[in-house]
Structures are given as structure tokens and as C-alpha cells.
Design a protein around this ligand. Structure first.
Ligand code: AMP
Length: 596
């Protein structure tokens, strides 16, 4: 940090929903805390009950109850001449934005113990000159000399250290609370050029919250015949519950929308406790994600490029933590997006790096602890159209910042299945047997229920590389866990491949031989998560396998019935789901009748 003659230049991400301020100190990028460990300031300004100015969380919290004296999303109004009204007074949009900037400036000064009077501020790539000028003015009103306005994707690329010797093309996918932007950038040395950008000013994580709120409202209407949307206080609480559930669903397969005493109806308290699965939630938000992918293609064609020209995808904005976003991007663009820089903070970090470049200060890379490996488990799934017991299901992906915890739901395959074996691997290969097995354990004593019993498997990796693996039967809470020390002190994948080839060569065998032998060992009798149809097909095949075993010992008449039922399933597999379910029911009945 410098002070006195060389004033500190800060980097500011003035966002629609949230804002952050960062600096480079001793060569390191630091995002300045707002309250405790929180480094995000909600971009909300308001006048409190006592007439005092509120900026940040306090203003956001009063919005639902006092919208007339609270201003949100002022960024959307930047560059407009029309004033905004707050507590019966008119303000220019620049003035409201300046209130946020002043608060950030004050936080930075307190933290650094030095005057802060220069800033680099970021704006979306599509901002017009008028919008940029208004942003500059907001800085000046706040007592900051705006030494440069830079584009948000440029800042993100700087934070991701995407500078390379040759020219590279990156796609910056930025999904925040209320806005979505995608930019195609050309990176060459320190120069970041935005080639094209596209987006939707009214699409973001808040829409995802809204879907969950609607889900809760429909439930309350159905279960309690109450319209909670009429109560602003209940809506404010629902909003918070929905956002919390949404965030939980980024790491776990289920979340509960819970609010005790949400409101009163006919003199009685109404409590909300509504479980939502990730699958249900993903179906709700799918259309929004499809819209963002359309925008990706518009940006690509605007830059005259195709999917194959993109060297990397950089994730920006809190809502990119949604697993479906990452999955869809990966599928659409054929590459794993980079997510190792905190997506909420990376624009502010990039602004600080730009500020340091202007000031001539040295910066190190944005230091984050990430896991160098992917960790996951295996499950019964499909490979090349065949059912395969060791499909690899990654839970914690390589380059995810640590500490991290992720969980996923799996399903038992057989009726009355008493146990599951959980295998834990490190590696990237879709065939789990090609990865390194780092642990395994068995969960016994599962409830005697039909196939499809949900088992939640969770992995939690801490900064010391200790991996905690848990398996929990969802219905009963039955739980088992193991701890694997030094989970990241293993072979690199490249070395692993070499070592495997060397060892296999010594034994004079191919990979398949080893794989088949190992597949005979007791494997995980759980099926992969995902689309119901796929699960049904896997279950159908398991049922057929069971029937084929029974067939060997069955009498002539039973055998004939079994063969018919098996054939019906095989035909239905290529057919529709309803036919398959009916055929499976017939075979299951038959097996029940044969008491196996
Ligand atoms: P930003 O404007 O970049 O700060 O992004 C804010 C949006 O990201 C809000 O809608 C947040 O609810 C959302 N968000 C933050 N964390 C997560 C998470 N873990 N999973 C999904 N959305 C998140």
C-alpha cells in the first residue's frame, strides 16, 4: 500500500445488485471487507425511519416494507436525465450511485488507514458514452478521481490472469443478480479487447429466486388457502428464504424453504417448510439458462467467431455458481468453464489490478486455493448404450476454490436393497476405474423400501486437503462417513496415465482386462443422478438381470412367463416411458410371485 505522495488507487465494481472495492497491497489483491468477513455491499440506498441515510444491507432489508424511500438497481438508470425519487426528494441517478461509492470509499479508508481519492470503476461493455460519463460523475460526486473506466469483462480477464504470449479468445459469461452479459474478448499481453457483447439487462439470479417464491406461494395457497403475496412482510421473508434455498441448491441436491410464523391466517400462524429438489429447481430455471445460451451465440456471431474459436470461458457473477449454468455451458461449448476466481469478486479484483498497472505497482497473481483434482464417486449408469456399474460422477471439480462441499443424490437399484457401497475417486476419467480410488465404505441397514431409495453422498474438502465423505439415507437420516487425509497429495493425472501404462505393460495387459476384473468386485449399487428416463432404463436393466438369474432355476411355465416379461421390457426400452413402466411392473410382480 502506498500513501502520502502516491495516493492509493482502488478498483471498484459498481454493480446492479452488489458492489465491491479492492486494492493491490504488497503485490496482493485484497477485496475490502464491508462487515465482518462479508466483502459485498448491496447496491441499495435508502432513508431510514429516523431520516438517516442507509447504504447496503440495511437499505436492502427495508426495501420490501418501504419501497418509497429505498432505491435499488440504480445502475439501470445511469445516463438517464430523469430523476429518481427517494423519501419525497428527487435525486439524479449519479447522486444515488455516489452514495454507494462514498460508502465504499469510507470502508477502504478505514481499512487502510489512509486517504483514498482515486479509483478505477468498471462498467458493462455495452454501456454508452452517456452511461460511462454518468458513472465518472458519480465517482467525482463521491470525492473520487476516476482515473479510468474499464469494461467489466476486461476486469474479469485481468483477474483470471488470462494474459498470454499469443492472442487468445475468451468468453466472459457474467450472470449476476439482475443482469446478464456475455462478452467475447481478445487477450494479448496486457491488452484486453472486447470484440462483441450481448446480454439481457433484466435477467439474473433474482429471477431464479422469483421462481422459488412462486413455488412457495402456490404451496401456501394449496396447503393453507392463503395468498401470502398480499403481505409485504411475508414476501420479504420469502425472498430471503428463496435466495437461501437457491444458494443451498448449488451445493446440495435438496433444500428447504423454511420460515416459521410466516404470516397469520384466520387467527392461526402459518409456517412454511417446503422441500425442493435440485431437479425441480433446475426445471424452473431452465428457460432462463437457455436464453443466456442464445445470447452466447449472438455474441459469438457478433465477433465473427464460432464455438471452436474460444480458448477459455471465464465465469463472473454470483449466479454462475448454479451447477446447471456450468453444465450447460460445458455442453454447449465443449469446455469446462474456469471458475477459480470468486465470481462475485473478480470484477473488483480486476479493477484493482488495472489500478495497480496504472500506478506502476507490481501485482502477483490473484492467489486462491483451488483443488488441483476432481473428486467423485461411481454409480451404475450407461456407457455406450450398456449399463455400467462404474460410471464416474464428479462432485468436486478440479480448480474449485477450497474449502468446498458438494453433495448429490443417488438412488438404490433393487427393491429392499439393504446396503450401498460408496467408492471415492480422484481423477477425471468418465470410467471410474481409470481414476484413483482413494476410499470406500459401505452403508448397511438401509430401509426396506422399493428401488429408488435416495442416498445423498457428500464430499467436503478443506484447505489442508482433508476430504470428508458422507452418505445419508434421505428418508431415515441414517448416515456414515469417512475422512480421507492428504486427498490432494496424489499423483497428477498425466503422471497417473504414464504410471498406469508402465504397470500395464509390465503385466502385458490392456486396460479392459484390469477394468473387467475389478468390475467383478462388489460395486456401488446406486444409480447415477439425472434424468428420470435414464434412471428408469438403468432400473429396467437391473430388473432384467435379476430375472435372467431367476430364469436359470425357474420351472418351464414360469420361465416362459419370465421370458415374455423380459422381452416386453426390452421392446419397451426403445419405446415410450409408460410402456416401460408397465412392463417393469409386470416383471416385478412376477418376481414377487416367484418370491425372489
Ligand atoms: P452478483 O450480482 O454478481 O453479486 O450476483 C448476485 C447473484 O448471485 C444473486 O442473485 C445471488 O443470490 C446469486 N448467488 C450468490 N451465490 C450463489 C450461489 N452459491 N448459487 C447460486 N446463486 C448465487
Amino acid at each position: 500500500m502506498t500513501s502520502g505522495n502516491t495516493p492509493t488507487i482502488v478498483g471498484i465494481d459498481l454493480g446492479t445488485t452488489n458492489s465491491e472495492i479492492a486494492i493491490v497491497r504488497d503485490g496482493r489483491v485484497e477485496v475490502i471487507p464491508v462487515a465482518g468477513a462479508v466483502r459485498i455491499l448491496p447496491s441499495v440506498v435508502g432513508i431510514g425511519d429516523d431520516g438517516a441515510l442507509l447504504v447496503g444491507a440495511a437499505a436492502r432489508n427495508q426495501h420490501a416494507v418501504h419501497p418509497e424511500r429505498t432505491i435499488r438497481s440504480i445502475k439501470r438508470r445511469m445516463g438517464e436525465a430523469a430523476p429518481v425519487r427517494m423519501a419525497d426528494k428527487d435525486y439524479a441517478p449519479q447522486e444515488i450511485a455516489a452514495m454507494i461509492l462514498r460508502r465504499l470509499k469510507a470502508l477502504a479508508q478505514d481499512h487502510l488507514g489512509a486517504e483514498v481519492n482515486k479509483a478505477v470503476i468498471t462498467v458493462p461493455a455495452f454501456f454508452s458514452d452517456a452511461q460511462r460519463q454518468a458513472t465518472r460523475e458519480a465517482g467525482e460526486i463521491a470525492g473520487l478521481e476516476v482515473v479510468r473506466i474499464i469494461n467489466e469483462p476486461t476486469a474479469a480477464a485481468l483477474a483470471y490472469e488470462s494474459r498470454h504470449a499469443g492472442a487468445r479468445k475468451a468468453l466472459v459469461y457474467d450472470l449476476g443478480g439482475g443482469t446478464f452479459d456475455v462478452s467475447v474478448v481478445n487477450l494479448e499481453g496486457d491488452v484486453v479487447e472486447v470484440l462483441a457483447s450481448h446480454g439481457n439487462n433484466h435477467l439474473g439470479g433474482d429471477d431464479f429466486d422469483r421462481k422459488l417464491i412462486d413455488f412457495a406461494l402456490a404451496h401456501l395457497q394449496q396447503a393453507h388457502q392463503v395468498d401470502a403475496s398480499r403481505s409485504p412482510a411475508a414476501m420479504a421473508r420469502l425472498q430471503r428464504a428463496a435466495e437461501a434455498a437457491k444458494i443451498a441448491l448449488s451445493d446440495a441436491p435438496f433444500a428447504t424453504l423454511a420460515e416459521e410464523f410466516l404470516l397469520e391466517h384466520q387467527g392461526l400462524p402459518v409456517h412454511l417448510a417446503l422441500e425442493v429438489s435440485r431437479e425441480q429447481y433446475e426445471a424452473m430455471i431452465e428457460p432462463y439458462i437457455a436464453q443466456t445460451l442464445d445470447a452466447v451465440h449472438v455474441a459469438l456471431s457478433g465477433a465473427g467467431l464460432t464455438v471452436g474459436d474460444i480458448d477459455e470461458i471465464l465465469l463472473v457473477g454470483g449466479a454462475t455458481r448454479t451447477p446447471l449454468v456450468v453444465q450447460r455451458l460445458e455442453r454447449e461449448l465443449g469446455k469446462q468453464p474456469r471458475a477459480e476466481v470468486d465470481p462475485d469478486l473478480c470484477v473488483a479484483m480486476g479493477a484493482a489490478i488495472q489500478a495497480a498497472l496504472i500506478a506502476g505497482t507490481q501485482t502477483h497473481t490473484v492467489l486462491v486455493d483451488v483443488t488441483p483434482y476432481t473428486f467423485g464417486t461411481s454409480a451404475l449408469g450407461e456407457r455406450d448404450g450398456e449399463s455400467y456399474e462404474y460410471c464416474y460422477i464428479p462432485l468436486i471439480r478440479k480448480n474449485t476454490p477450497v474449502p468446498v462441499s458438494k453433495s448429490e443424490v443417488f438412488f438404490t437399484v433393487f427393491d429392499g436393497q439393504p446396503s450401498v457401497e460408496v467408492l471415492v475417486y480422484q481423477g477425471e476419467d468418465p470410467d471410474a476405474l481409470n481414476n484413483i480410488e482413494i476410499g470406500r465404505f459401505r452403508v448397511e441397514g438401509l430401509s426396506d423400501v422399493p428401488a429408488g431409495n435416495p442416498i445423498v453422498i457428500g464430499l467436503a474438502l478443506d484447505l489442508d486437503g482433508i476430504l470428508e465423505v458422507t452418505a445419508r439415507e434421505k428418508s431415515s437420516g441414517l448416515r456414515r462417513s469417512i475422512t480421507i487425509g492428504d486427498a490432494i497429495a496424489r499423483f497428477e493425472q498425466g503422471k497417473l496415465d504414464e504410471a498406469r501404462s508402465r504397470v500395464q505393460a509390465l503385466f502385458g495387459e490392456g486396460r479392459e482386462a484390469g477394468g473387467a476384473a475389478a468390475a467383478d468386485a462388489a460395486g456401488p449399487a446406486v444409480s447415477a443422478p439425472g434424468i428420470d428416463a435414464r434412471r428408469l432404463a438403468v432400473e429396467a436393466r437391473a430388473l432384467v438381470e435379476k430375472a435372467e438369474r431367476v430364469l436359470e432355476k425357474a420351472g418351464a411355465q414360469d420361465a416362459e412367463d419370465l421370458v415374455d416379461a423380459i422381452e416386453a421390457i426390452k421392446d419397451a426400452l426403445a419405446n415410450d416411458e409408460a410402456a416401460l413402466k408397465a412392463a417393469m411392473d409386470t416383471l416385478a410382480d412376477l418376481l414377487y410371485y416367484l418370491q425372489v
